[in-house]
Ligand binder design. Structure first.
Ligand code: FES
Ligand SMILES: [Fe+2]
Length: 467
């Protein structure tokens, strides 16, 4: 008899990562159909997953589907304002309760009081209880509510997002978010709203896609034009399930906490000019995100408002103070983020398994990636910008399908797209010996594989190379 395949139990530890040890891992997580099938059993049904912004389901009766791999979940808001989530499947003979055709982003609606299955008409209320069965006497009175109700899914919220978890025994969302959640709470993401949101079906594995946005180590090679404006040396750290990257400096004497995120000094002798040039270039070429109009406008005035020779730290302090004043004047009040939190919060967070948040005090640039059908070479890629807007000025947005071009996504994202597909192809080469991620700058990538291996019974586990 065939024994079940044995997987190497070895995995690296958080301590290995903190010590920045050399690792590699196999490419099966990106390429293997067997791995993709195993994700359906071992990963997606067991992790907290972001569904949508809470503001997309504002009213009682609002509902939507969240779809990942073979799973579809209905999330809805009840009359009392609470959220509920159910597996999108009829308990009679298994029709999807709400039809989710291939290639749609999500199915949504409002004013829902019941869900009626399109096959034989079984009907469910917003608590998932069955309230109508045709000819129930044919089951001889033996059907119980437990047999005929919808299957419950855990739902919770954090940072203005709705999350679900299909595992009834999972830890709470708060525990799942851990220290990463505590740090990001200071940025009051819940008060931000969509500025734009786009998605595409893209030709690479979901991990290949999310990893293209996890580390700034690729900036010098991919976004070469940005080197004219700033330095992009980075560091990264694991926080258990999640991880963070920050800008770093190769020379310790230049390290400062202000420089960990996007609101930092540019490169060159005149920080008044370079800071403006850096933020303007970033803003305009990253699809008007990762900063705000207010920050760019305040930076444009630095050269008029400060004397020549003002040291970088003073330039940044002045810039932040005037942008904060400008925003307050239009009704956008900045959260007070303590300096030590600002430093620890860094540039961007990778939230396990498939969510990225590059945060600021009034903005965030975010990504989420999911598998597409049963194809390890495809994914559903999403990116969106959040911003804190004055009351009454929140723009109306919806998910827009956008082919991965510079016109649709900005020239910087187009540069990222120009790699991802070819990473997916390149990893299939018989001459590829396995990834050699940078232990200092690409720890978020390593941490993703370390955590994946924990869920995936050891499949794809990183191994130490420096033993
Ligand atoms: S499958 Fe839903 S009522 Fe029959
Ligand atoms: Fe990039």
């Amino acid at each position: 008899m065939n024994k079940p395949e044995k997987f190497a139990p070895a995995n690296i530890t958080p301590a290995d990562m903190d010590a920045e040890r050399l690792v590699t891992y196999p490419t099966e997580a990106f390429l293997s159909k067997e791995y993709l099938e195993a994700e359906k059993r071992l990963l997606w049904p067991r992790v907290w997953q972001m569904v949508e912004r809470e503001s997309d389901l504002p009213n009682p009766g609002d509902w939507m589907t969240y779809n990942v791999a073979d799973e579809s979940i209905i999330v809805l808001r009840k009359d009392d304002g609470t959220l509920r989530a159910f597996h999108n499947v009829c308990p009679h003979r298994g029709r999807q309760l709400v039809s989710v055709p291939d290639g749609v982003h999500s199915v949504r609606g409002n004013n829902r009081k019941t869900f009626i299955c399109g096959f034989h008409g079984w009907t469910f209320d917003l608590d998932g209880q069955n309230i109508y069965i045709l000819d129930p006497q044919d089951w001889h009175g033996k059907l119980t509510p437990e047999m005929t109700c919808l299957s419950d899914v855990k739902v919770d919220t954090w940072g203005g997002y709705i999350y679900i978890n299909m595992d009834p025994d999972s830890v709470s969302l708060k525990e799942w978010m851990g220290r990463a959640g505590e740090i990001l709470d200071h940025f009051e993401l819940a008060k931000m709203h969509y500025k734009w949101r786009q998605w595409a079906i893209y030709n690479c594995n979901w991990k290949t896609a999310i990893e293209a946005f996890l580390e700034p180590y690729h900036v010098a090679g991919t976004h070469t034009q940005l080197l004219a404006y700033g330095n992009y040396y980075a560091l990264s750290r694991q926080y258990g399930l999640h991880s963070v990257s920050s800008y770093d400096t190769r020379a310790p004497e230049f390290q400062m906490s202000e420089s960990s995120g996007t609101t930092r000094a540019g490169k060159g002798d005149d920080a008044r000019r370079s800071t403006y040039e850096l933020i303007r270039e970033n803003y305009e070429t990253v699809n008007y995100s990762a900063s705000t109009e207010t920050l760019v406008a305040a930076a444009s005035r630095l050269v008029d408002e400060l004397p020549e020779g003002t040291p970088p730290q003073e330039v940044i302090a002045h810039w932040m103070a005037s942008a904060k004043r400008d925003d307050a004047a239009r009704g956008v009040i900045w959260p007070e983020v303590p300096p030590e939190i600002m430093a620890e919060a860094g540039l961007a967070w990778g939230l396990f398994p498939n969510q990225n948040i590059l945060h600021g005090v009034t903005f965030a640039l975010c990504y989420r990636v999911r598998p597409y059908k049963d194809d390890p070479d495809k994914c559903v890629f999403e990116s969106y910008a959040l911003e804190r807007f004055p009351e009454g000025e929140v723009p109306e947005t919806e998910w827009v399908y956008a082919d991965p071009t510079g016109e649709n996504w900005g020239s910087v994202l187009a540069q990222d797209f120009s790699n991802m597909e070819f990473v997916q192809k390149g990893m299939k080469s018989s001459g590829f010996r396995g990834p050699l991620p940078n232990p200092h700058q690409e720890q978020k990538v390593i941490n993703l594989h370390r955590n994946l291996a924990e869920f995936m019974e050891g499949r794809g586990a990183p191994n130490l190379l420096d033993v």
